[in-house]
Design a protein around this ligand. Sequence first.
Ligand code: AMP
Ligand code: GLY
Length: 418
Amino acid sequence: MKVLVIGGGGREHAVVKKLSESPKINKIYCTPGNAGISQIAQCINIKATDIDGILKFVDENPMDMVIVTPDDPLALGLVDKLNEKKIRAFGPVAKAAELESSKAFSKNLMKKYKIPTGDFEIFDNAENALKYLKDKKYPLVIKASGLALGKGVIIVSDQEQAEKTIDQMMRNDMFGTSGHTVIIEEFLQGPEVTVLAFTDGNTIKTMPSSQDHKRALDDDKGLNTGGMGAFSPSRHYTKDIEDYCINNIFYPTIKAMKKEDRNFKGVIYFQMMLTKDGPKVIEYNARFGDPETQALLPLLKTDLYDIFNAIIDETLDKIDIIWENKASATIVLASGGYPKEYIKGFKITGIDEVQNNGITVYHMGTAIKDGNIVTNGGRVLCLTATADNVEDAVAKVYNNIEKINFKDMHFRRDIGKK
Ligand code: AMP
Ligand code: GLY
């Protein structure tokens, strides 16, 4: 079989690597891919958001399946367009991907179907938002409704900061049109847990729980990033909490989507806060998380291609998904300056050495220049190890991390500590 994976980050490297282990697949293409992916797949230089370019490519190069993992092409309706052409596509259609691409939609859905989440109000007019902020209890959370590279959430500690944030988002295009509608939300407290799940719209099969680290610096300081590291499983996600989530969050969500005629097929990412009043949804993503996927997929024993087929055919209930009963950790190596400005093109060394020590290296933002692997993004590489527990998995990565070298390399030193 011949398949095409859309995207070019660490998540796509992990998906491509898993698919390359399937005996059913003999050729993998990736658009645009990266230096690591190019070692196991044929990379084609078409951007993940170039929908017409991708459609032209699959017209000329028939595929048995196209796997769409990044948020933008999902929101742009790539899966819908592939479906129209009768090409088997993995990922939600645009109407279902709105679970992520419109926080206003997902918050209203949760309200309508009584899925636990923080209290909120939605505004598309700055004056009304500013009026609402008066006499409120702080902190509050202000969120851009649309996609914002995982950075559209601002926690404000007083009215002045809140007013400034509304002004920046709604009047000054801080997140472009994504911030023209905002959600002002109750500040929730408690440990955060993420659960990714495969779903065909009828059945949900969860992956092991995980936890991301969104801030750039240790102790959750610094700016929000796409994620600086993740580990699995979460210490907080007990069997009781899991049962609660399955019955009150996971199934109610896919049933609600079906009822709204937005049948969700793909991976749903549930980010939850375990508050003293029970788990509440912080947000949904309509796709595999990055870097959570790089921590989770190494533990998957079942053929990922079989799972994708079962989702497309709506037969997920018929397949057993087996995970290795181990912990894992992945730690991101970023360019100095990320998530603000950074310089690309620095030579990376040490990858072979850490791989020889049993670490899996996923490329996030890399390219090949003059025969060398060089930095080509904010998040450059992530290093994954598995072990019997999270502490050992984390230690394995940290024992190897400084064998990798590129100019201005930055990583967090506290991944998996709490
Ligand atoms: P998100 O981009 O939705 O993943 O949000 C980024 C981070 O903001 C989350 O990982 C949480 O730590 C935090 N956050 C989002 N919503 C809330 C909330 N209602 N209360 C407290 N923290 C939140
Ligand atoms: N790691 C968070 C995300 O993929 O959005």
